[in-house]
Design a protein around this ligand. Structure first.
Ligand SMILES: [Zn+2]
Length: 464
């Protein structure tokens, strides 16, 4: 049979990434993401997967983020018995990410049971923290550029994607000799010239490219990030209030720590009391420092000598709930970095409930805010948001620092596509809302002269 790719998620939206590659070799699922954001999408997490999990032979994960991995424990629970591969750092990160995701699922179920707000009684979690631990334990770590042979005529290779620690593009090679086809999945692609992680590796040879488009219609703020941060933080200090940064525990938090340490060392900002209030962010930072293979230059040398710049900053790490609550008592300018990045959960909710009504507070958004999230409402100037079932008035300043995103902008995506050794038969534009995805497809046609389409959920294409 001719190989096919079916788009089971991340099609027309930025979450739920799942791409099923079927060939004579077997069934390979590239990414196994959870749907997040809009309820209509989240409900898909509860529908039966269009493919029987027991029939899937392998799962390959591009990186640790839950929108690419968070369905894995459910897949295992529903009968998946195959092998799971990721880069070494991703395998380590999943040991904290998947249990945490299970924990959030359990919390949500408990919340619904307490309030009777689910039509299911009792409401059950999609999977538990324990099932998250179990799934993470099945992931095998593979080195970058090391070809992994899954079956005769079926191999995959990870290459650095520069998005977060461990992130990779995945080249799937199907068939042999003249029938060989290469499908390259971008996963999430990082920025070129980012301070910590090296640039994405080139595509090289590809017959088809499946490319993300989170920022397919945008160009990141050309203002250097340290300057933007300096401006926002100086303003917040002048008001004398707290600066709350909802940040993804993995990636954004470490990059922020890196920049803030740099600004303090350069004397651009006074030394503020600064807290990382997220046990996961603290653990993730340790994992960053344990994977020199993900870095180049200074970061590589420093991580290899256990002298990582992330540890030089004067960050106080709040591991326990008591340490977290103690931050409530801190008055005056204080920096609080806490998950989750789109304000959908986590300890940041407690800080926001306490400090959003205070006009001296600054909320600093540093990443993409998906439609339907509290982060997006704040970004769009909502006068109140619901937190723990109550209305919380928003009198705080809400600022966005652009370009700190771990995603390439349209120019970056085109630059990466331009590293293909020859023109692929087609590009499939995924992992974007409709506007950005169509915009990027248009740019690919215009700037590169390639055929580009935006597949819909459950579209299936032949790789010929
Ligand atoms: Zn990601």
């Amino acid at each position: 049979m001719a190989p096919t790719v079916e788009f089971l998620g991340g099609a027309g939206t930025v979450t739920g990434s799942k791409f099923l590659v079927e060939s004579d070799g077997g069934k390979l699922l590239v990414d196994c993401g959870l749907y997040q954001g809009l309820k209509a999408l989240r409900l898909r997490n509860w529908e039966r997967l269009p493919v029987d999990p027991a029939s899937i032979d392998w799962v390959v994960l591009t990186h640790g983020h839950i929108d690419h991995t968070g369905y894995l424990p459910r897949l295992v629970k529903d009968g998946f018995k195959g092998q799971i591969y990721a880069t070494r750092a991703t395998a380590d990160l999943l040991k904290i990410l998947l249990p945490d995701s299970g924990h959030l699922q359990e919390e949500e179920a408990a919340y619904h049971n307490k309030r009777g707000t689910s039509k299911h009684r009792p409401a059950r979690p999609l999977y538990t923290a324990e099932e998250g631990v179990e799934a993470a334990g099945l992931v095998k770590g593979i080195a970058y550029r090391e070809r992994l042979d899954l079956a005769p005529g079926l191999g995959v290779t990870f290459k650095r994607a520069g998005h977060i620690l461990g992130s990779a593009t995945v080249t799937v090679e199907i068939g042999t000799g003249g029938d060989r086809r290469r499908v390259v999945f971008s996963g999430d692609l990082g920025r070129y010239g980012a301070p910590m992680l090296p640039d994405p590796m080139p595509i090289e040879d590809a017959d088809y490219v499946v490319v993300e488009s989170t920022y397919g219609d945008r160009r990141h703020d050309p203002d250097p990030i340290p300057q933007q941060l300096e401006r926002v933080i100086a303003g917040a200090i002048a008001r004398g209030g707290a600066i709350i940064v909802p940040a993804f525990a993995i990636g954004r938090t470490q990059e922020l720590m890196y920049h803030l340490s740099g600004l303090e060392k350069a004397g651009r900002l006074p030394r503020l009391p600064a807290y990382v209030d997220s046990p996961m962010a603290i653990e993730a930072t340790e994992i960053y420092c344990a994977h020199p293979e993900d870095f180049e230059g200074d970061m590589r040398t420093m991580t290899m000598t256990r002298n990582c710049p992330l540890h030089c900053g004067e960050f106080r790490l709040a591991r326990s709930p008591d340490e977290s609550r103690a931050i409530n008592e801190v008055k005056g300018p204080v920096l609080i970095i806490s998950a989750s990045g789109m304000v959908t959960g986590g300890r940041v909710l407690h800080h926001l409930r306490q400090r959003l009504p205070d006009p001296r507070t600054t909320v600093l958004l540093v990443g993409y805010q998906a439609i339907g999230t509290r982060g997006r409402s704040l970004q769009e100037g909502a006068k109140a948001v619901r937190i723990f079932g109550g209305e919380v008035p928003v009198r705080a300043h809400v600022e966005t620092v652009h370009g700190l995103s771990a995603h390439a902008d349209a120019d970056g995506l085109l630059r990466w596509l331009g590293t293909a050794a020859r023109r692929p038969a087609r590009a499939f534009v995924v992992h974007g809302d409709a506007g950005p995805a169509e915009a990027l497809a248009g740019k690919i046609r215009g700037a590169l002269g390639w055929e580009a389409i935006v597949p819909a959920y459950r579209d299936r294409v032949t790789i010929d």
